[in-house]
Design a protein around this ligand. Structure first.
Ligand code: AMP
Length: 220
C-alpha cells in the first residue's frame, strides 16, 4: 500500500524543501496546497481569484477550496503512488476532510512529521528567500547566494522571483495562523501515535536524514 505522510510546521520550517527531497528519494508525490493556490492565482482561475487577497494578507483560504483541490489532485494519481501533504491540513476541519478523502480512496496516513523551528529564525529565513524564475532553485539573501552574482547556479537564468507574502508583516500573520489554527490539530494525530517531531533548525541534509530515519530506507 502507498505511504501517505503529512509535513507539518510553521511557514519557513522547510516543508517544501524536505517534501522535494522525499519525493525524489521515495518516488512519492508532493501535494502543496500553497503551490497549487499560487498556480491558480497566476492562471486567474475562479479559485485563484478568490484566494489572491487572502494569501497576500497571510490568512487562510477556505477549507472547502483547499480540500476540494486536494481531492481532485489525488484522483489524478495511481493508488500505488504515495503522497506527501505539504501545507495541508491546516485546520481541524481540513484534518477531518483529509480523513474522509483518504478513506474514500482506500488510503491511510502513515506518518505526521512536525518540523520544529524558532520563530525569529523563521522570519530571517522567509524574508530573505527567493527562487529562480525558470527552474525554481531556491536561494537566500544571507545564506545561499548564486556562485555568480544574479545568475542561477542550476540553469543560468538571470530572472528570480520572490513570493508576495514573504514580507515580515505577512509572515507574522502566517505564524499566528499556524499557532492558532494549525498547531491545535497535532493532538488528533498524536492520539493515533503517528506523530514524530524533527528539529528543523539543522541543515537541509541533517533534517532530511532524520526524516529518512522515520520513513525507513528508500526503495532502490
Ligand atoms: P504556503 O506556501 O504553504 O506557505 O501557503 C501560502 C498561503 O496559501 C497561505 O498563507 C494561505 O493563505 C494559503 N494556503 C496554503 N495552504 C492552505 C491550506 N491548507 N488552508 C488554507 N490556506 C492555505
Amino acid at each position: 500500500m502507498a505511504m501517505e505522510i503529512i509535513l507539518l510546521g510553521p511557514p519557513g520550517a522547510g516543508k517544501g524543501t524536505q517534501a522535494g527531497l522525499i519525493e525524489e528519494a521515495y518516488g512519492m508525490v508532493q501535494l502543496s496546497t500553497g503551490d497549487m493556490l499560487r498556480a491558480a492565482v497566476k492562471a486567474g482561475t475562479p479559485v485563484g481569484l478568490k484566494a489572491k487577497a487572502v494569501m497576500e494578507a497571510g490568512e487562510l483560504v477556505s477549507d472547502d477550496i483547499v480540500s476540494g483541490i486536494i481531492g481532485d489532485r489525488l484522483d489524478e494519481l495511481g493508488s500505488e503512488t504515495g503522497v506527501i501533504f505539504d501545507g495541508y491540513p491546516r485546520t481541524e476541519a481540513q484534518a477531518a476532510s483529509l480523513d474522509e478523502i483518504l478513506k474514500s480512496r482506500g488510503r491511510k496516513l502513515n506518518h505526521v512529521i512536525e518540523l520544529g523551528v524558532d520563530e525569529d529564525a523563521l522570519v530571517d529565513r522567509i524574508t530573505g528567500r527567493y527562487t529562480c524564475a525558470k527552474c525554481n532553485e531556491g536561494y537566500h539573501d544571507r545564506h545561499k547566494q548564486p556562485a555568480k552574482d544574479s545568475v542561477c547556479d542550476e540553469c543560468g537564468s538571470t530572472e528570480f522571483k520572490r513570493r508576495p507574502d514573504d514580507n515580515e508583516e505577512t509572515v507574522r500573520t502566517r505564524m499566528a495562523e499556524y499557532r492558532g489554527k494549525t498547531a491545535p490539530i497535532l493532538p488528533i494525530y498524536e492520539e493515533r501515535g503517528i506523530v514524530t517531531r524533527v528539529d528543523g533548525m539543522g541543515g537541509i541534509e541533517e533534517v532530511a536524514s532524520s526524516i529518512r530515519a522515520i520513513l525507513g530506507a528508500p526503495p532502490k
